[in-house]
Design a protein around this ligand. Structure first.
Ligand code: CMP
Length: 141
C-alpha cells in the first residue's frame, strides 16, 4: 500500500492538481485518504449519498447506468464530483474493473479546496464539458 508521499508523487502529474505547488499538494493530499478496490468492487453506488470526490491513482473503473457503460476512467481521472457538488444522490454506479487505487476527498474538504485553490476548478470544468459533449453525442437507449 502506498503511503502519503507516494500519493503526492502519483498525483503530481494529474491535470486536476497541475496548478498547485508541491507544498499545497502535500497539504491537500493529507486531507483525503487512499482507498483500494478489487476488480468487481463498487466504489460508488447509484442513488447512494455522496460524501466523497474520487481521483483514480491507478487501475480502471467503469461508470455504469444499468447495463450501459457510460465511461471508463483511469489514472488521473475523477468521479463522484456530481453528488459532492450538488448534494443529490449518486447519478451512476462506479465499479472497479481492475485492481484500483483511488484518493478520496470528503465533500467538506472538497468545497474548501476549490475555495482556497480555485485553479483546480478549471481542469475539472474542462473534463465535465468533455463528458457532457460525449453524453450529447452518444445515442440514447
Ligand atoms: P456522482 O453522481 O457523484 O457519482 C457517480 C459518478 O459517475 C458521477 O458523480 C460522475 O463522476 C460519474 N459520471 C456520471 N455520468 C458520467 C458520464 N456520462 N461520463 C463520465 N462520468 C460520469
Amino acid at each position: 500500500m502506498a503511503g502519503p508521499s507516494d500519493t503526492v508523487a502519483l498525483i503530481a502529474d494529474v491535470p486536476f492538481f497541475g496548478g498547485l505547488t508541491e507544498k499545497t499538494r502535500k497539504a491537500v493530499v493529507s486531507e483525503g485518504k487512499e482507498i483500494a478496490f478489487k476488480a468487481g468492487d463498487m466504489a460508488v453506488g447509484e442513488s447512494g449519498t455522496g460524501v466523497g470526490f474520487y481521483l483514480v491513482l491507478d487501475g480502471k473503473v467503469e461508470v455504469r447506468k444499468g447495463a450501459k457503460v457510460l465511461a471508463t476512467l483511469e489514472k488521473g481521472q475523477f468521479f463522484g464530483e456530481m453528488s459532492v457538488i450538488d448534494g443529490q444522490p449518486r447519478s451512476a454506479d462506479v465499479v472497479a474493473v481492475a485492481p484500483t487505487r483511488c484518493w478520496v476527498l470528503p465533500s467538506w474538504s472538497f468545497a474548501g479546496l476549490v475555495q482556497a485553490h480555485p485553479e483546480v476548478a478549471l481542469p475539472m470544468l474542462k473534463e465535465l464539458v468533455k463528458r457532457l459533449r460525449a453524453a450529447q453525442s452518444s445515442p440514447t437507449s
